[in-house]
Design a protein around this ligand. Sequence first.
Ligand code: SAM
Ligand code: DTB
Ligand code: SF4
Length: 310
Amino acid sequence: MTLARLPLLELTFRAQSVHREHWKDNAVQLCALLSVKTGGCPENCGYCPQSAHHKTGVKAEKLMPVTEVLEAAQQARAAGATRFCMGAAWREVKDGPQFDSVLQMVEGVKKLGMEACCTLGMLTESQAKRLKTAGLDAYNHNLDTSEGHYGEIITTRVYADRLRTLEHVRGAGIDVCCGGIIGMGESLADRAQLLVTLANQPRHPESVPINALVAVEGTPLEKQKPVESIEMVRMIALARIMMPASMVRLSAGRAQMNEEAQLLCMMAGANSIFFGEKLLTTGNPEYAQDMALFEKAGIKPLQPFEHQQP
Ligand code: SAM
Ligand code: DTB
Ligand code: SF4
């Protein structure tokens, strides 16, 4: 907690020093995100517009056809994305034709020369292995908040369920992408606790997405007050110091931040972003806007697989 409470200038100085030791080239990873199965999710995550428990105007859709997903991946690659992340509003993966299609999506993304990432909810050990065999590079499965605060946000599953899936992912040799959301009524101690849990996993997650809550109308968290950019800077700096060799992703919430705030996050250690005009169901900065920011700041996009450590 002492670290979490450091004056911001001291904290960002330390974060930047750690960052430069591990990441020499100022490159930022561009990840594209596609919702391959939107809405109608049986889980009751309080932040999520895709939960069937909330009335948000997000319609439940079927799993997208493999060809359409691969077209989107191709477009993302042409725009400069090197990692393609496919998200499904599922509680857990069920074996069968839908999972088989997801495996084909992973194979197709790999053939395009991109890193493939999925986020599909809970996985069994054998499902994780099948994803690995299909070529999956990374699996996103967030712990979202501290164990203590978890029950305030979600009651249809417990923290241990999430930790078990992370174990299956790691066990299959897939990179773990695991982080959280700030702005859900948690304390600074909860945020610090989330980072301690992440840093105490058998291996640091290879990537750590830090999301600012996008408060969507119709969700139980619709009235949360917006996260201040400075809080994002603090959270990212802490993640960078505690997990020096992980990619730290400035994730949801960028559309609500100005360029200076986004740059501050990058100076504090963020070296990955979601790129493209939509996250899963909510907005993200426009492509041209992001490119202009990179140009002005002299940031170069990371090449595929450049960050992977032996
Ligand atoms: N259903 C799968 C799961 O929960 O793991 C995958 C998709 S889920 C939408 C992926 C992540 O998106 C969540 O764990 C959460 O961290 C993030 N997320 C969802 N809604 C959000 C919101 N309104 N603001 C910020 N992050 C959000
Ligand atoms: C993550 O940590 N953030 C992304 C990704 N992993 C899947 C999702 C953000 C979703 C924001 C709300 C939405 O667009 O629906
Ligand atoms: Fe479902 Fe994932 Fe949204 Fe929770 S976060 S409601 S599991 S899609």
